[in-house]
Ligand binder design. Structure first.
Ligand code: BGP
Length: 477
C-alpha cells in the first residue's frame, strides 16, 4: 500500500471565525465588535476601508454577524458533523468582546470564558484539536470609540491582558494558537484588520504602520506569555498569502512582484525573524513615515518570534509596471492584482491557481524555515440545494483536490506543513460580502442573504469526499 505523502498526525480539519459563525452577537455578556457594524452591500466596503467615521445605529438592525449560522447555540451538532468527517483539528477564533466586552474591562466576562471552555471541551471529546485565533478581525467597539483602536498604544496592554486571560483559562485544552488573522489585511482593509477609522487630515499610511507596529508588539507579548503559561503550546502568526507573479519578464515587473510580496512579508519578517527588515526602513524613509517605538520594543520582537507560519491561500497575484496592463485589475481582491490570462476565476472573480499554492508554500518555507500551517483554503461558490436536500458541489471537490495535490507536492519538496484547515467547512458568513450566498462548506446551511431559512444543516457531496481524504491521510486525492 503506497504510503501517503502527508505525515502521520497531519492536522486535517476546517477553519471558522467567531464573527462569521457564532451569531448571538450580544448574548452571554458579549460586547459589540467592529464586525458587528458591517452591513452588506457597498456601505460594507466603505466601512471596511476605515472611511466611515459614524456608524448607522446598530439597534434593531440585523447585520450579517448578528446571527450568522448560530454556531453559538449549535456548536455541538456542528462539531459532531466535523467529527463524522474525521477532523483532527478545528480552527476557531475567540471573540475578544466575549471575554472583555469593552476591551478595557477590569475583569473578564465569565459567561464568555465558559462558552469557549465548553466549546473546546466538546472538540476534545471528539479528539479534535482546537486551533485558536486570538483576533480574527473583531475589535471591541469601545476600544475604537475610546482609544481609536490600534492607532493607540494602549491597545497593546489590553490585548496582552486578553491573551494572558485566555492562555491561563485554556492552557490544558488548547495547544495551537495564532495571534492576528491575516495581519497584513490591516494595510488593505484597515477597519477590518485593526479597527481603524480615519479622520480628515489623517496621514493614513503612517497611522496604518503605527497600528501595525502596535499589533506586532502585541503579538510578541502574546508569544512570550503563551510560552510562559503553556509550555507545550505552539503559537504562530497568520498571513493572507499568495505569491505575486510579474506580468512579463521585464525586470521592472519582476522588481514590482518582489515589492508586492514584501508588503505582506513585512509582517511575517518581524514576527518570525524578530526585526524590521531594511526594505521596511527604506519605505518609511522614502515616504517620511515616523513610527513611534518604545524602549524595549526591539528586544521584545527579537526574543519572542513565532513557532510556525500560519497562512491563508486563495489565489496567486499578478503585478505589472505597464499602466495599460494595470487597467485590468481583477475584481474582489484587495491586493490590486491584475488578471492572469492563464487562469480561471471563481464566481467572485478570485483567481483559481492550484500550482500557485505550491509556489506560495515553497516561497514561505524557503524564507522562514519554520513549519507552515495552512489555516485557510477553499472555494466560495453559489451552491444549489436540491429538493431532496443534496448539493452536488463537484466544482468544490475539483478545486480542493487540485489544491491538495499541490500541497502534497510541496511536502515532497521538503516543505514542513503541520496541517490543513480548509476555510468554511460549514457555510458561514462571507467576510468580504457579508453574504451567505458565497458558500465554502462541506455542510450546507439553510439561510439566505436576507436571513431567511431554517438554519438546518445538509451534508454536501464534498462532505463525503473530504471524509475519505482524511480517512486515507490524503492518500487517494
Ligand atoms: C479571509 C478571512 C476569512 C474568510 C476568507 C474568505 O480573508 O480570514 O475570514 O472570510 O477570507 O473570504 P470571503 O469570506 O470574503 O470569501
Amino acid at each position: 500500500m503506497s504510503s501517503s505523502t502527508f505525515p502521520k498526525g497531519f492536522l486535517w480539519g476546517g477553519a471558522i471565525a467567531a464573527n462569521q459563525a457564532e451569531g448571538a452577537y450580544l448574548e452571554g455578556g458579549k460586547g459589540l465588535t467592529t464586525v458587528d457594524l458591517l452591513p452588506t452591500g457597498k456601505k460594507r466596503w466603505e466601512v471596511m476601508l476605515g472611511s466611515v467615521d459614524s456608524f448607522t445605529p446598530i439597534n434593531g438592525q440585523m447585520y450579517p454577524s448578528h446571527e450568522a449560522i448560530d454556531f453559538y447555540h449549535r456548536y455541538k451538532e456542528d462539531i459532531a458533523l466535523f467529527a463524522e468527517m474525521g477532523y483532527k483539528a478545528l480552527r476557531v477564533s475567540i471573540s475578544w468582546a466575549r471575554i472583555f466586552p469593552n476591551g478595557d474591562d477590569e475583569k473578564p466576562n465569565e459567561a464568555g470564558l465558559q462558552f469557549y471552555d465548553d466549546l473546546f471541551a466538546e472538540l476534545l471529546k471528539h479528539e479534535i484539536e482546537p486551533v485558536v485565533t486570538i483576533a480574527h478581525f473583531d475589535v471591541p467597539v469601545h476600544l475604537v470609540e475610546t482609544y481609536g483602536s490600534w492607532r493607540n498604544r494602549r491597545l497593546v496592554h489590553f490585548f496582552e491582558m486578553y491573551a494572558k486571560t485566555i492562555f491561563k483559562r485554556y492552557k490544558n485544552k488548547v495547544k495551537y494558537w495564532m495571534t492576528f488573522n491575516e495581519i497584513n489585511m490591516l494595510l488593505h482593509l484597515p477597519f477590518v484588520g485593526a479597527g481603524l477609522v480615519f479622520k480628515e487630515g489623517d496621514n493614513q499610511e503612517e497611522i496604518k504602520y503605527q497600528a501595525a507596529h502596535h499589533q506586532l508588539v502585541a503579538s510578541a507579548l502574546a508569544v512570550k506569555a503563551c510560552h510562559e503559561i503553556i509550555s507545550d503550546a505552539k503559537i504562530g502568526c497568520m498571513l493572507a498569502a499568495g505569491s505575486t507573479y510579474p506580468y512579463t519578464c521585464n525586470p521592472g515587473d519582476v522588481l514590482s512582484g518582489m515589492e508586492k510580496d514584501r508588503e505582506s512579508f513585512f509582517f511575517i519578517d518581524v514576527q518570525s525573524r524578530g526585526e524590521y527588515p531594511g526594505y521596511a526602513k527604506r519605505f518609511f524613509r522614502d515616504n517620511q513615515l515616523t513610527i513611534e517605538m518604545a524602549e524595549g520594543d526591539e528586544a521584545l520582537l527579537k526574543n519572542h518570534t513565532v513557532d510556525y507560519i500560519g497562512f491563508s491561500y486563495y489565489a496567486s497575484r499578478v503585478t505589472s509596471t505597464d499602466p495599460e496592463v494595470l487597467k485590468n485589475i481583477t475584481g474582489g481582491n484587495v491586493f490590486g492584482s491584475v488578471e492572469n490570462p492563464f487562469l480561471e476565476k471563481s464566481e467572485w472573480g478570485w483567481t483559481i491557481d492550484p500550482k500557485g499554492f505550491r509556489i506560495t508554500a515553497n516561497q514561505l518555507y524557503d524564507r522562514y524555515q519554520k513549519p507552515l500551517f495552512v489555516v485557510e483554503n477553499g472555494l466560495g461558490a453559489v451552491d444549489e440545494l436540491t429538493p431532496d436536500g443534496e448539493v452536488n458541489d463537484d466544482y468544490r471537490i475539483n478545486y480542493l483536490k487540485k489544491h491538495l495535490v499541490e500541497m502534497s507536492e510541496s511536502i515532497k519538496d521538503g516543505v514542513e506543513i503541520l496541517g490543513y484547515t480548509s476555510w468554511g467547512p460549514i457555510d458561514i458568513v462571507s467576510a468580504s460580502t457579508g453574504e451567505m450566498k458565497k458558500r465554502y462548506g462541506y455542510i450546507y446551511v439553510d439561510k439566505d442573504n436576507e436571513g431567511n431559512g431554517t438554519l438546518k444543516r445538509y451534508k454536501k457531496k464534498s462532505f463525503h469526499w473530504y471524509k475519505k481524504v482524511i480517512e486515507t491521510n490524503g492518500e487517494n486525492l
